[in-house]
Ligand binder design. Structure first.
Ligand SMILES: Nc1nc2c(ncn2[C@@H]2O[C@H](COP(=O)(O)OP(=O)(O)OP(=O)(O)O)[C@@H](O)[C@H]2O)c(=O)[nH]1
Length: 314
């Protein structure tokens, strides 16, 4: 062996040691036969399958989560055929039946004419990163949900209402259906706070929200706290008579909740007033005047003595 050969042999030994002691798992596939020419021994520690058991690309595909298999296989073959280096994340099957998230980073070694000669790459264990990503996504979803909820009562907040009303408006306009809104406001709530204190006032708002939540018929109806002691019910595909009946049922529910209000009223109980508006939205109609009309009817209900519902002409 010449000195050069000896140095080369020694270098190869160094490279092999380096490759096989990293956490990234090296591998090589001959393109013509689609067989593994090499896979690092670290694969056994990660997945439990011995290096000798990785014979063909079929072994690789078989040891992949069924939901990932088709797209990863097709993607990698297409990229390789096009001679493009690529990477893919997928769940690899461990011998014990569990799955491990892998990132496979692939380099396409090409012949002089550009056709693929071999694929060489590294597999990285990215399970920890995936778990962190999942956790972050969960937190993001939770935050988003919280950002649409009223912090005190847990019902939807104004932000959610603004978003939903736009969507319902569009849908009902397209379907030529009626859209109703009921604006509900606690009577003499200032006196309630003055009499029982602000914290009791907060508790009272929670009880009112609970009582009103029961009125919602399904996922299309929306109850939200509009602000202060005002709540709003948005009722798609609901005509005025139905909306009016639902408003009265809200008042009734609160009557039945028997929330004492020593400060006012003949029954010394907390009551609500409501304004109702219904529209079949047409081109040129707008959301804000639609809500404002219900709000004006609420104030008529207040003027007329509270604890009542006012709708169009009622
Ligand atoms: N405890 C508590 N009080 C609130 C909250 N938001 C608004 N309020 C109170 O609600 C009261 C509303 O008072 P007003 O707008 O005068 O209405 P009202 O006393 O209910 O009178 P009418 O609506 O005319 O029957 C105010 O005293 C506000 O401080 C809240 O989050 N918690």
């Amino acid at each position: 062996m010449s000195l050069d050969d000896a140095i080369l042999t020694e270098d190869l030994g160094v490279y092999k040691t380096l490759l096989e002691s990293t956490r990234a798992i090296p591998w090589k596939i001959e393109w013509a036969s689609l067989r593994f020419a090499y896979i690092g021994p670290q694969i056994e520690e990660l997945l439990g399958w011995a290096p000798q058991s990785w014979q063909t690309v079929q072994d690789w595909a078989d040891r992949m989560h069924p939901e990932d298999r088709e797209w990863v296989f097709n993607f990698c073959v297409a990229q390789s055929q096009a001679g493009i280096d690529h990477e893919a994340d997928y769940r690899a099957l461990r011998k014990d039946g569990e799955f491990v998230w892998i990132r496979d980073v692939v380099h396409v070694v090409r012949n002089e004419d550009g056709t693929p000669n071999a694929l060489i790459g590294f597999m990285f264990d990215i399970s920890e990163r995936k778990r962190t990503e999942e956790k972050l996504l969960d937190m993001q979803r939770e935050l988003e949900e919280l950002s649409f909820k009223d912090g005190l009562t847990g019902v939807a907040n104004r932000r959610r209402f603004d978003m939903v009303v736009e969507a319902r408006w569009r849908d009902t306009r397209q379907a030529h259906q009626p859209l109703s809104v009921v604006v509900l406001d606690i009577d003499f709530f200032k006196q309630y706070n003055d009499h029982y204190g602000h914290l009791e006032g907060d508790e009272c708002l929670k009880r009112v929200a609970q009582a009103l939540a029961g009125i919602v018929r399904g996922p299309d109806d929306l109850l939200c706290r509009f602000g202060g002691e005002e709540f709003v019910l948005l009722l798609p595909n609901t005509d005025e008579a139905t909306a009016m009946a639902m408003a009265w049922r809200c008042l009734d529910r609160l009557d039945k909740a028997l929330i004492p209000h020593a400060g006012v009223g003949p029954d010394k109980r907390l009551t609500l007033s409501a304004g109702v508006n219904t529209i079949i939205p047409k081109e040129g109609d707008e959301v804000l005047p639609f809500i404002a009309r219900a709000d004006r009817r609420l104030y008529l209900a207040k003027e007329r003595g509270r604890h009542r519902v006012v709708a169009d002409g009622a």
